[in-house]
Design a protein around this ligand. Structure first.
Ligand code: CMP
Length: 267
């Protein structure tokens, strides 16, 4: 399989938003703030309506939240912040996807999680007034909503429902992290890669004639960084899955053609 770093563009970028998108020349931390006028408030409102954290919020409550949110756009492969940075703000992904990763002292990256549209990040250092626990970088062009620390904490005080939703989401993350730890210590590589593909299918799957296409394209190196192995091993194992008709790699995005047999590896 050809190694590629050319991810699919974000599925959707807020329509009608005319802003300059930050480029690598702006520096890794630079993002372009998007407009703050009435039209942009309406757009932020539409985006917020779909965020699980604000589930069941009525229009007026969402207006209150939207007023606290500023939006920023990042190009693909931009760093939003790094482990060790001071945590000043909370982020909501409005469009796109990011990787949450840590870099070991030998330079090796471990991808802890991939977050997508409607997910949030940056809450940990907000709550414990510590520094950022991980790097966060974009995988595709990404638009985020940013809420400053004080505003976010005051918002939770006024709306305990957000606190409850946060606990639910953090429990899900802990569950996923536990699963990852268990799988990296006890499962063989086929099981680990099968789990990852099934997870990507669940989060980024779209229907295809021969199965389920994974819309997010990751390099073999990134997949290796998610399951604690090497790029060569991922390459070899993917080819084996392909030979066994579990996946199809003829197109630019991997298609899962036999999820049941992949799942059998993971049990
Ligand atoms: P914070 O420490 O402020 O900055 C890094 C963010 O990455 C962190 O908040 C969380 O939002 C997010 N994060 C850290 N670890 C994980 C994980 N295992 N799964 C998903 N997100 C994480």
């Amino acid at each position: 399989m050809t190694e590629t770093y050319d991810f699919r563009p974000a599925a959707s970028v807020t329509p009608g938003l005319s802003v300059r998108v930050a480029t690598a020349d702006d520096g890794e931390y630079m993002a372009m703030p998007t407009g703050q006028d009435e039209a942009h408030l309406t757009m932020r409102l539409d985006a917020l309506r779909n965020v699980p954290l604000f589930r069941d919020f009525d229009h007026d409550e969402l207006v209150e939240i939207a007023a606290l949110v500023t939006t920023r756009r990042y190009t693909k492969h931009q760093t939003i912040f790094r482990e060790g940075d001071p945590g000043q703000s909370f982020y909501l992904i409005l469009t796109g996807s990011v990787a949450v990763a840590r870099i070991a002292s030998d330079g090796r990256e471990t991808i802890l999680s991939i977050l997508k549209e409607r997910d949030f990040f940056g809450e940990m250092s907000i709550f414990d007034t510590s520094v950022r626990a991980a790097n966060v970088r974009t995988l595709v062009e990404t638009e985020v909503g940013v809420v400053e620390r004080d505003g976010f904490l005051a918002l939770i005080d006024r709306n305990p429902r957000i606190g409850r939703q946060l606990v639910i989401s953090l429990s899900e993350r802990l569950r996923a992290a536990n699963k990852l730890i268990a799988s990296t210590t006890s499962q063989d590589i086929r099981a680990r890669l099968a789990s990852l593909l099934l997870n990507l299918m669940q989060n980024f799957g779209e229907s295809a004639p021969n199965g389920t296409r994974i819309s997010l394209r990751l390099t073999n190196q990134e997949m290796a960084n998610m399951i604690g192995t090497t790029r060569e091993t991922v390459n070899r194992t993917l080819n084996r899955f392909w030979d066994e008709h579990l996946i199809d790699m003829r197109t630019t995005n991997v298609v899962i053609t036999d999820a049941d047999r992949l799942r059998a590896f993971t049990t």
